[in-house]
Ligand binder design. Structure first.
Ligand code: SF4
Length: 297
């Protein structure tokens, strides 16, 4: 939650919300008794606000207008519109590091969090400390209900080997749903040229999955744009990128890519899976209610 007192944020565009609806429980299957929290139990899920058509229209206009803005200008717009009810999720990828760099210049009090699945690389966790030292921004680590040991004990082993969608849902999506409570908007570092799933991402859109406005300041930037800024300004980044890891997530589901492979080829290698579920509803969040739903989970 924001730790700073409210300022004169203009949250007018988020207020015309019609109502709320329950988030579908992932599973309500009965489970054997356990001494650890039961991940199969239908734990309370936050309700998800439903936007009005007027709000969707407004977001569409905002997004169109911001198409020609720079990432820093988009970020400043988001801060002016939504802070302190603005949050950001980062996995400390190069895009996230660029946004953190700009945040330090625009409004370092914006709440930032990381989905700490328990499976992250040591290099990723160390980067959090380097970001803190460089910018004074302390990224909050949001953990799932169960530790890795508890989760694997409950399921008889790691689910990432057999059910990565379920593992991502439990250790990322559910955590973000909880983390989103109390905020009006969230930012992510996705770029349209990263994958077909992300190609339709608007600069600003309604995120149905989390019931928030989603702002993507780097949507129309390229990989080259990101790395040029990192190099020019000596922005901290994950050293694994220098070892062939082009996209970095949890260590069991990430490998280095070979020359000529797609940027995200090293994620969930061997599975058809290409997204963790956080960004897989881009079509639905493209400010177009008629857009088809992607099936990310
Ligand atoms: S990326 Fe892999 S280890 Fe991480 S939450 Fe998803 S399936 Fe589990």
């Amino acid at each position: 939650m924001p730790s700073t007192p409210p300022v004169s944020a203009d949250t007018e565009s988020i207020t015309p919300v019609l109502g709320t609806g329950p988030v579908a429980a992932h599973s309500a299957t009965a489970a054997p008794e356990s001494r650890i929290p039961n991940p199969e139990s239908p734990s309370p899920q936050p309700s998800v606000p439903v936007p009005t058509p007027e709000l969707l229209d407004q977001l569409r206009r905002d997004s169109d207008r911001l198409e020609s803005a720079t990432p820093k200008e988009i970020l400043a717009w988001a801060v002016e519109r939504y802070f302190p009810k603005l949050t950001m999720a980062t996995a400390f990828g190069p895009e996230g590091c660029v946004i953190l760099h700009y945040l330090a210049e625009v409004e370092p009090r914006v709440h930032v969090f990381n989905l700490d699945t328990g499976y992250q690389f040591a290099e990723t966790l160390e980067l959090r400390e380097r970001i803190k030292r460089r910018y004074g921004i302390e990224v909050e680590m949001k953990q799932p209900e169960l530790s890795v040991a508890q989760y694997e004990a409950f399921h008889g082993g790691p689910l990432y080997k057999t059910q990565p969608d379920r593992c991502c849902f439990d250790r990322k999506v559910k955590v973000l749903q909880q983390a989103a409570v109390g905020f009006d908007a969230w930012m992510s570092g996705i770029r349209r040229d990263q994958s077909p799933d992300r190609a339709k991402a608007p600069i600003v859109g309604w995120d149905k999955k989390f019931g928030l406005v989603k702002v993507s300041p780097l949507a129309n930037w390229t990989k080259q744009d990101v790395w040029k800024l990192i190099t020019d300004l000596d922005i901290p980044y994950n050293p694994l990128h220098d070892q062939g890891y082009t996209s970095i997530g949890c260590w069991p589901c990430t490998r280095a890519v070979m020359f000529g492979e797609d940027e995200r080829a090293g994620r969930w290698s061997g599975f058809a899976k290409t997204e963790c579920g956080l960004h897989s509803l881009e079509a639905a969040s493209a400010n177009d209610e008629a857009a088809p739903r992607a099936t990310g989970l």
